[in-house]
Design a protein around this ligand. Structure first.
Ligand code: FEO
Length: 170
């Protein structure tokens, strides 16, 4: 049986990950309106990955006979007026999600819940990648974003991202 606090945080994370998917859908929507289809694709794939993250938490609770309680998903809390606003919102959000994963990990550690710690290990690594991706994209935009030809090429590059199911299987 899961520790009640660990259970509560794992359940809350389902909502946080679905919210992340919704946030990235909003960012994809912004880039679609800008006719930057490569950027829109990149964030659409990101949204799909977030939905997978939510389902992994859902499945983990189900597998451990722990009740899942689904809550309302909030409206994306982001003001996007420029491309860089969208990219910065993404990085800020990933840093926040990393802190949430760390909080669950800390509770699991305190409860000597080694199974949950092992489950979370994948997310700890994933968050490192997500923060790096968001940081790299900001760096590329700073370098190339103001030149239309370079922006076109960056858009082409981001358009090649394809969705892949998560490597973590429960
Ligand atoms: Fe599911 Fe981008 O963290």
């Amino acid at each position: 049986m899961l520790n009640p606090k660990v259970h509560e945080l794992l359940n809350a994370q389902i909502n946080k990950e679905f919210y992340s998917a919704y946030l990235y859908l909003e960012i994809s929507n912004y880039f679609e309106d800008r006719n930057l289809d490569g950027f829109a694709n990149w964030y659409m794939v990101q949204a799909q990955e977030e939905r997978d993250h939510a389902m992994l938490f859902y499945q983990y609770l189900q597998n451990n006979d722990a009740k899942v309680t689904l809550e309302a998903i909030g409206k994306p809390d982001v003001q996007i007026e420029t491309d860089m606003d969208a990219l910065r919102a993404s990085l800020k959000h990933e840093i926040y999600v990393t802190s949430l994963i760390n909080d669950i990990y800390a509770e699991a550690y305190a409860a000597r819940d080694f199974r949950t710690m092992q489950f979370l290990d994948w997310f700890v690594k994933e968050q490192g990648e997500e923060e790096k991706n968001a940081t790299d994209l900001i760096a590329k935009m700073e370098l190339f974003g103001s030149d239309p030809k370079s922006l076109y090429m960056l858009n082409q590059e981001l358009g090649t991202r394809v969705y892949a199911a998560p490597s973590l299987v429960l």
